[in-house]
Design a protein around this ligand. Structure first.
Ligand SMILES: [Zn+2]
Ligand SMILES: [Zn+2]
Length: 150
């Protein structure tokens, strides 16, 4: 059987209609926590999160309907670099910068431990509905290379 034209129903090969980044599938739980009811109604599920920090589209669906940054009532990471990286505990980039300045990882490591704990609510609080651990680690690496360059 030729499978070339068979599309998986849960395919994640969705690309942002604005910037072309590959989307990250988000659940209805995440959308309900992040969006106003009016914005939610505009999107069909599964919707996608656009992970590009530069792109103003936050969510889009298979019909290229979009919700943009200015339609949210709060700032989300990584669209806004100053928004909490782990919104569950309000952990922001400045704490990572402090770690890097001190040459340590104390704050970042504590945040990672918390994000892994049962108290974390990343599915509701993170814009992409995923564990904040990946973004924490990525932000630390970015921060270290940026600050090290100075
Ligand atoms: Zn995008
Ligand atoms: Zn979190």
């Amino acid at each position: 059987m030729n499978k070339a034209f068979v599309r998986e129903p849960d395919s994640t090969d969705a690309y942002c209609p604005h910037c072309g980044s590959q989307g990250e599938t988000v659940s209805a739980v995440t959308l309900a926590a992040q969006l106003t009811p009016a914005c939610q109604q505009r999107l069909s599920t599964p919707a996608q999160f656009c992970p590009s920090p530069q792109c103003r589209v936050v969510y889009f669906d298979a019909f290229e309907r979009q919700v943009t940054v200015d339609e949210l009532d709060h700032a989300v990471y990584p669209k806004d670099p100053d928004a909490p990286i782990c919104a569950c505990f309000g952990f922001c980039r400045d704490a990572i910068e402090q770690d890097v300045r001190e040459g340590g990882v104390t704050r970042t490591r504590a945040a990672v431990e918390k994000a892994k704990s049962a108290d974390a609510q990343c599915q509701q609080r993170a814009a992409n509905g995923r564990s904040c651990v990946a973004y924490l680690q990525k932000a630390y690496t970015q921060c270290r290379s940026q600050m090290g360059a100075n």
